[in-house]
Design a protein around this ligand. Structure first.
Ligand SMILES: Cc1cc2nc3c(=O)[nH]c(=O)nc-3n(C[C@H](O)[C@H](O)[C@H](O)COP(=O)(O)OP(=O)(O)OC[C@H]3O[C@@H](n4cnc5c(N)ncnc54)[C@H](O)[C@@H]3O)c2cc1C
Length: 217
């Protein structure tokens, strides 16, 4: 999958190990939680199954929609129906912001004020383009299916040309990107430590359940 897409989209850079912080990707509050490390960003994107895609729609104002996504090298791919308003906006090159969040723990402080969450999160700013190259569309489609289960793209029927015509696939380059990570226990005020309230974290994870066959012949 990777080699096909890399071959049809020139210009992806494997030499970059850190994203440049820009005025809008510079984390200001709790900046020690920020990272621009490419490997960390990729690991968060590759673990996350859900992206939130935000546009400022001229007609309707800001809108954020959850979507599946896939990464190939330094590009994110989104797909959906041709009529999808947000995707059409991305395909038209409107500025887009995409976040992917992994929730790792609930952080329980003795004080209401210090309750928090442990997380790994990526924010991407950019502009997308519609993918029209058939090979790149097929590579993106395969990458999206691979998110469900490794090896699935080799099993599932490949999209027909008609299905490709009815699908809007957009590519957003990973150029202006930040990650933010919180780990560890809650912050506690010294005076709160004697309170009869427990403090600590509740680990959270997304768990893959046992498959349930559809029962169709
Ligand atoms: C699961 C979860 C729950 C959270 N809950 C809250 C909450 O209840 N209240 C709250 O105020 N904040 C919460 N945050 C943190 C929030 O995402 C912002 O980081 C925080 O609000 C900082 O806002 P700011 O205006 O100071 O942003 P700034 O630090 O000024 O943001 C500047 C730039 O930093 C980068 N950046 C900021 N936040 C993130 C991020 N999370 N991931 C990657 N890049 C980032 C972006 O590029 C952004 O444009 C939560 C984060 C997560 C992942």
């Amino acid at each position: 999958v990777k080699s096909v897409a890399a071959a049809v989209v020139p210009g992806h850079r494997r030499d970059v190990t850190t994203f440049d912080a820009t005025p809008r990707t510079t984390v200001r509050r709790l900046a020690d939680r920020a990272s621009y490390d490419v490997d960390l960003v990729h690991s968060i994107l590759d673990e996350g199954l859900l992206a939130h895609v935000a546009l400022n729609d001229d007609a309707h104002g800001p809108v954020v929609l959850p979507m599946t996504f896939a990464r190939i090298d330094d590009r994110l791919y989104l797909h959906g129906a041709l009529a999808n308003r947000v995707l059409r906006g991305v395909a038209d090159g409107q500025p887009v912001c995409i976040t992917v969040t992994l929730l790792d723990a609930l952080v329980m402080s003795r004080a209401a004020f210090h309750h928090s969450m442990n997380y790994r999160c990526v924010v991407v700013f950019g502009r997308g383009v519609r993918v029209t190259d058939r090979d790149e569309m097929l590579a993106a489609s395969a990458a999206l299916v691979e998110r469900m289960e490794a090896g699935r793209s080799a099993q599932a029927r490949v999209p027909t040309d008609d299905e490709l015509r009815r699908t809007l696939i957009v590519r957003v380059p990973l150029v202006e990107v930040s990650a933010k990570v919180r780990t560890g226990p809650p912050i506690e005020e010294p005076d709160d430590l004697s309170l009869p309230v427990w403090g600590g974290i509740v680990p959270m994870s997304l768990v893959r359940g046992d498959p349930v066959l559809d029962g169709l012949p």
